[in-house]
Design a protein around this ligand. Sequence first.
Ligand code: GDP
Ligand code: MG
Length: 328
Amino acid sequence: MITKTMSKKEVLIKLAEQSLEGDKFSLAKIISIFENTKPEYYEYKNIIIDYLKNKNLHKGYFLGITGTPGAGKSTLTGKLALELINKQNDIRVAILAVDPSSEVSGGSLLGDRTRVKLPINEKRIYFRSQASDKELGGLSKHTFNVCRVLYYLFDYIFLETVGIGQSEIEIQHIADHVFLVLQPLTGDQIQFMKAGIMEIPDAFIINKWDQEKEAQKTYYALKSTLSFIRPNSKEIPIFRVSAYSGFGINDLIEYIISLKQNSNDLSTSLTKKEIFYFEKWVKNQYGLKGLEILNEKGGASTFLREHGSFDLAIQEFSKLRYTFDSYE
Ligand SMILES: Nc1nc2c(ncn2[C@@H]2O[C@H](COP(=O)(O)OP(=O)(O)O)[C@@H](O)[C@H]2O)c(=O)[nH]1
Ligand SMILES: [Mg+2]
């Protein structure tokens, strides 16, 4: 229980503790904290991460699920999350769906939320949707910050993004493995898919295999497109599934489980992402001048290591900005 007499630190730790137990209210609170960019929040984030890191209960594996709207990403992701917890009792799965910002309302579309039918009392699955940013190619500027904390709270994290252009390119910086989901369409349409998009996925999924005739055509069209665009594509898996009938789901689940099992150092992978996003943050906040100063300090990797954590590094770098004038 959180009470009025508790200190801020006690409250934050309580929220983290309850999140580890799967409490959805606390999880939502924690995520809002990680979406908040106000300076004082870096300290809060640091307290939460510090606590969770020491608990050392989960190490999240990030799966990017991308593809054109309507391909069945949300339906499929919900299905995969359920199958994962059925197969492995002691794991926890998060789904972060990045919705396209609605231009009319400025808010996040809620359609996807309803598509994933997840048991409401299931503590091992957590679903959250986030509005996307146009400039950031589908992902939100908060996505990585939220992922940083999800890493310590879940074993598998699905990131559903809308595959229209930049988002696949951005997603590869956060996801450990990127799937592109296709639905049955004519071969011609696949030829039209931008080469840039086809180059990024680590694996492809053709969903709606219950529409087998069209799905088969898509499969062969995809194979031939890949043989042009990615000549070494023999090794790129193509999964044929139906989120409706369950066809092919088991193979895909086995594959996902083996991906996590075979990635021996997830914390190194997180550190790499932190380096990438710290540098990006510096560039967004302070431009080339900022990057210059960061380099003088030994670069992002050194700066993060010397300050002990992502949030403390951001706090320290923010202080440096007062000295920026002297560099002019
Ligand atoms: N026939 C068929 N329809 C599917 C399947 N999976 C999803 N759908 C339908 O495809 C539509 C789009 O699904 P949705 O999950 O919202 O796609 P998203 O936009 O990629 O997230 C919905 O009407 C789903 O019910 C499937 O395996 N087979
Ligand atoms: Mg969706």
